[in-house]
Design a protein around this ligand. Structure first.
Ligand code: NAD
Ligand code: UFG
Length: 337
């Protein structure tokens, strides 16, 4: 079965293509390469011993989408394509709404024209805002504190309405907690452009000597050691979560939501210690003021996915830091070097 993977050249999409292929599906990658390298295709080929089909295109290009959906006889879409920098989204809100929200409307319009009725969407735990309770389950109210977060809330609403309008449609929004780690081969991973916003890539660039020290944003939170707590989930587990969701609900319809997390939180200091041990280097850090908009703690109640999808994260923090280090030390400057 052919599945269109928008944003399939990116960090999460590329790992999910591997999981889809392993499960017997045929992913067709659709990406405009705005935040990824064409070299990902070579890496995928080495890992899977398979040449993945790739269409260079934008989700705002309805004609190209329609042609691709028809030419490849696509049955379902895994929709990863989006811009994802929280800070940039507050500076360029229209660009974010255009890419993430209008782009999704264009995609759904093309799908409707081509009679493709199933979509798996990359949502985020950011839709829970500042948690009212922990661990967070799917019933927690949703909101947002920045334009990026609002794009996720809005797309979830659009998917709801799209399903209400046609009882055959299926939309599954997967709310990721904090994706981390790399493919265990070290051939595929996350390579952010510029200074990383996220903790794990910042630590790994510090370990490899590209950055002098990690700024820890706040050490006065109400947590075990005062630093922020997050639910880090291995990219391989996350990728398998997508396959589990689709395989389980392939014959269903309606609008569904699942948390994909481990249920366990780690502090920033715990992550630095784990990474230091994987890389066998000391990682310098300094305490800095809290980052605007950050919350103290965030971790999932992931029992719905376990109960309904039979999916559970298997890999621990050591696997995340070991695999990230393998990737970072092999490709210190990402694949473009
Ligand atoms: P990424 O930037 O590595 O991958 C996104 C891919 O989409 C890139 O290859 C990019 O070139 C492509 N893309 C962007 N706009 C496009 C467009 N208009 N047309 C075609 N392709 C386009 O990001 P990622 O970390 O792999 O994230 C994948 C999805 O998961 C995103 O929707 C993101 O918002 C969501 N998500 C990510 C995280 C995280 O921490 N990485 C957390 C929660 C949710
Ligand atoms: N942190 C630092 N120093 C850094 C970077 C991060 O101390 O250089 C801290 C943060 O304050 C936070 C933790 O490390 O306590 C994790 O921060 P990240 O930026 O890695 O992740 P966030 O939880 O802030 O946000 C991530 C994604 C969002 C997504 C959210 C929920 O970046 O897009 O998870 O899924 F919405």
């Amino acid at each position: 079965m052919n599945i269109l993977v928008t944003g399939g050249m990116g960090y999460i999409g590329s790992h999910t293509c591997l999981a889809l292929y392993k499960a017997g599906f045929t992913p067709i990658i659709y990406d405009n390469l705005s935040n990824s390298s064409i070299k990902v295709l070579e890496q995928l080929k080495i890992i899977a011993n398979h040449t993945f089909e790739f269409v260079e295109g934008d989700i705002n290009d309805r004609d190209k989408l329609e042609a691709t959906l028809n030419d490849y006889n696509i049955k379902a879409v895994f929709h990863f394509a989006s811009l994802k920098a929280v800070g940039k989204s507050t500076e360029q809100p229209l660009r974010y709404y255009d890419n993430n929200v209008s782009g999704t409307v264009t995609l759904l319009t093309a799908m409707q024209k081509s009679a493709v009725k199933q979509i798996i969407f990359s949502s985020s735990a950011t839709v829970y805002g500042d948690p009212q309770y922990l661990p967070i389950d799917e019933k927690h109210p949703i909101t947002a504190t920045n334009p990026y977060g609002w794009t996720k809330v809005m797309v979830e609403q659009i998917l709801n309405d799209w399903c209400l309008a046609n009882e055959q449609n299926l939309a599954i929004a997967l709310r990721y907690f904090n994706p981390a780690g790399a493919h265990p081969s070290g051939l595929l991973g996350e390579s952010p452009t510029g200074i990383p916003n996220n903790l794990m890539p910042y630590i790994s660039q510090t370990a490899v000597g590209q950055r002098e020290f990690v700024n820890i944003f706040g050490n006065d939170y109400d947590t075990e050691d005062g630093t922020g707590v997050r639910d880090y989930i291995h990219i391989m587990d996350l990728a398998e979560g997508h396959v589990a969701a689709f395989s389980t609900h392939q014959k269903d319809s309606g609008s569904l939501v699942y948390n994909l997390g481990t249920g366990k939180g780690y502090t920033v200091l715990e992550i630095i210690t784990a990474f230091s041990s994987s890389a066998n280097v000391e990682i310098n850090y300094k305490f800095a003021p809290r980052r605007a908009g950050d919350i103290a703690s965030n971790f999932a109640n992931a029992s719905l996915a376990q109960e309904k999808l039979g999916w559970k994260a298997k890999l621990n923090i050591k696997a995340m830091t070991d695999d990230t280090w393998r990737w970072q030390s092999k490709y210190p400057n990402g694949l473009e070097d």
